[in-house]
Design a protein around this ligand. Sequence first.
Ligand code: GRG
Length: 298
Amino acid sequence: MTPTELERYLDDHKLMVEKQLDGFVPSANRPPQRLNAAIRHSLLGGGGKRLRPILVLASAEAVGGRKADLLPMACALECIHTYSLIHDDLPAMDDDDLRRGVPTCHKAFDEATAILAGDALLTLAFQLAATPIAGRTDGVVLAMIAQLARDAGIHGMVGGQMLDILAENRETTLAELQNIHIHKTGALIRASCLIGATLGGGDPEQIRHLNRFGEAFGLAFQITDDILDVIGDARIMGKSPGTDKRNNKASYPALMGLAQARQEAQNMVNEALEALSSFPPTADPLRALVSRLLDRTH
Ligand code: GRG
């Protein structure tokens, strides 16, 4: 897949996901208007790469599944991700003013509304995840809902966020930082691949490989995020760089320098590609996506 073909693939799938999200969220003139406006502001107002839903769809495609059937689940992943960003930006956490190129939810509205918008997106996610899927048993869908809850919750993203907060303002080892990244950012990315592969009808071997792909992708993604926090451009990123330093947080560049951090990210990209080695060309979008990860600017 050429870079241009990948761009087109990402644009098409982003549009597909955004159209669905727009339909799943009440319009801003439906009550409670303030809540719906806040949800729309964060979910649809500033864009976002829609990486997690695209990973759900591309993983289903890799195993020969029907992507259209997985759109509600793909949107569920984006709802959980957006809720985490809204809450992460709050004054009690990272206290950020800018997200996805627009004011953060609590800046555009207020703190209470931002907390509720996050809560509403988290619960909407599970409503969407519970959509039956043609050709899949309710048992498999149920297992994936439980998987999503685990990876978004105590043993995944929320637990990782707690570890991240506890690691502020103190020395952190590389093993500790890796553990934070695996949970805080990696769990939802890995879940996207695992759920896409399973609901796409993959066999146990394919599911295992795509789970491994997601794990390596998640780590590579977070390392590049750490790098962008040092060298990134606020206008392109749509958020302020330098937050790790400002909040006294450990990061790959801070622990090992930029060059070594880039090398670590490249190692993870190679591992992710290795996990796809037995897949046919249906996995080419995933191959192209991970191959371009180190070039990302936002
Ligand atoms: C508040 C429960 C809770 C969890 C927060 C994901 C997270 C946990 C916090 C976000 C902090 C952060 C900036 C982490 C770096 C990696 C990351 C998740 C970046 C944002 O994801 P992208 O780049 O964002 O996919 P877009 O806007 O493109 O969707």
